[in-house]
Write a protein that binds this ligand. Structure first.
Ligand SMILES: [Zn+2]
Length: 352
């Protein structure tokens, strides 16, 4: 057994699709999560689930009138309780535009095409408080008994739109949230939905901050766990696209872009703060994610963990297909046989 330690942070955005057709709770959340957790639990690793709490609030609201919403919510509750019991973390992930979601009872699906409230910043101060407080409450009600121990201390912003942080800071303090997982260092994205600029963020996996997620403050009261970028050379990307085309054609195992994502029209009035930044929609770098893994990229993922002490996966169960899971499972076997893997984020903190 190699004793070289590697931090492997396995995080999931646990949510439905956010476009014109949400997909079902079974196909986007329950089933893929069960399939992934088999491999994570086999290696005794820990994962973090960022739960779209705004979706749960909507399901709860509609549960009174629609049995399908009630049963979807019950399935989610059961799965989250099991994850929590098995030692995984369950934290909130807020997509405020669920406020304007429309339910289609015939299809048992939602439409979230109104993105005017995509950013937390677009909500009134009262709505921000209502959404954040009820997000914490809905998770506490699912995970903990009245006097149970509450350890919801992490957060990831929907669409990573965590800026300006001053909108969030009072709620982080109020609810004891100390750890943020929203910053993808060096990336920026300005669309009619997403809005973030991390082009000035420290090139450090873990750092403290106080008022601005992109500016390190060694005495800061909050800690950022940066989302890693992996370099995918253009020729690999090309081969990868061809591979996927053939794979989808042969297997029909296609979960990508179901119901479309959020709008992605670049708006011109924004420019990144630093020329160091990469545009999310157009870059040779991408996030590290199970749904982006293919046999073509396998060696890049292995090299990444070989060359780095910290590797942060940000995956979406709704987008994961069978070959992604195969690649991920073989990556875990590879990493575990070579390194001493730490997957508990609390044990990744410096001086702990
Ligand atoms: Zn999300």
């Amino acid at each position: 057994m190699n004793s070289l330690k590697k931090d492997l942070l396995l995080t999931f955005d646990y949510e439905l699709f956010l476009g014109s057709a949400s997909g079902s709770v079974d196909s986007c959340m329950i089933d893929p999560t069960n399939r992934i957790m088999e491999h994570i639990d086999k290696h005794n690793l820990k994962a973090i689930f960022f739960v779209d709490t705004t979706c749960l609030l909507k399901l709860s609201e509609y549960s009174q009138n629609y049995d399908a919403c009630y049963s979807s919510l019950e399935k989610v509750k059961t799965q989250l309780k099991t994850l929590n019991k098995n030692g995984h973390s369950v934290f909130p992930h807020i997509h405020p535009h669920w406020i304007d979601a429309k339910y289609d009872p015939n299809k048992n699906e939602w439409s979230l095409v109104d993105v005017s409230k995509y950013r937390f910043n677009n909500l009134s101060p009262n709505d921000r408080e209502m959404v954040f407080d009820s997000s914490i409450k809905v998770l506490n009600d699912i995970l903990y008994d009245a006097d149970g121990k509450k350890n919801i201390n992490g957060y990831r912003a929907g669409g990573w739109s965590i800026q300006p942080f001053k909108d969030f800071k009072p709620f982080f303090i109020k609810h004891g949230i100390k750890f943020d997982f929203s910053v993808q260092s060096q990336f920026y994205q300005f669309t009619d939905a997403q809005h973030f600029d991390f082009s000035d963020a420290p090139l450090k996996p873990i750092y403290n901050f106080t008022d601005d997620v992109t500016s390190e403050d060694s005495d800061g009261i909050f800690t950022e766990f940066s989302i890693n970028n992996i370099y995918i050379p253009k020729y690999i990307n090309k081969i990868n696209k061809t591979f996927l085309k053939i794979y989808y054609k042969l297997t029909g195992d296609h979960t990508f872009n179901y119901g479309h994502g959020h709008a992605s029209t670049d708006t011109s009035e924004h420019t990144p703060r630093s020329s160091r930044g990469y545009n999310m929609s157009d870059s040779d770098y991408e996030r590290i994610a199970i749904e982006l893994m293919t046999p073509i990229k396998q060696s890049l993922y292995r090299n990444f963990i070989k060359q780095n002490g910290f590797m942060h996966f940000i995956s979406h169960p709704k987008m994961i297909n069978k070959q992604n899971i195969k690649c991920f499972s073989s990556f875990l076997d590879y990493a575990n046989s070579r390194y001493n893997i730490e997957s508990d984020f609390m044990k990744m903190l410096p001086n702990k």
